[in-house]
Design a protein around this ligand. Structure first.
Ligand code: SF4
Length: 91
């Protein structure tokens, strides 16, 4: 597969884990909106910051598989607004 500039895309490493913590399939929501515009986005702060979907909280794990990407296209549960849920901070 080629990127925007016509170069071959570099394959992901064998240990790459694709974030898949979306409550609904990304892209099923309004056009041109992303998870970072959604009020359900949660920022979990430990040594690093991890992004999770607040509506999928029952499926959260400590792993990357339940993370989401801020720039993913919005899903059908998208609600615009400030992040209502407080950021969760690690001890
Ligand atoms: S658009 Fe909102 S509800 Fe949908 S996956 Fe992203 S953060 Fe969760």
């Amino acid at each position: 597969m080629k990127d925007l500039f016509g170069y071959e895309a570099k394959p992901r490493g064998k240990h790459y884990v694709k974030p898949a913590g979306y409550v609904m399939p990304p892209g099923s929501g309004p056009d041109e909106k992303t998870c970072k515009d959604c009020k359900h986005l949660c920022r979990i702060r430990f040594a690093n910051t991890y992004l999770k979907c607040g509506l999928a909280r029952s499926a959260w794990t400590g792993g990357r598989k339940s993370d989401i990407l801020a720039n993913s296209p919005a899903c059908s549960k998208f609600e615009e607004g400030e992040h209502l849920q407080e950021d969760i901070q690690g001890a």
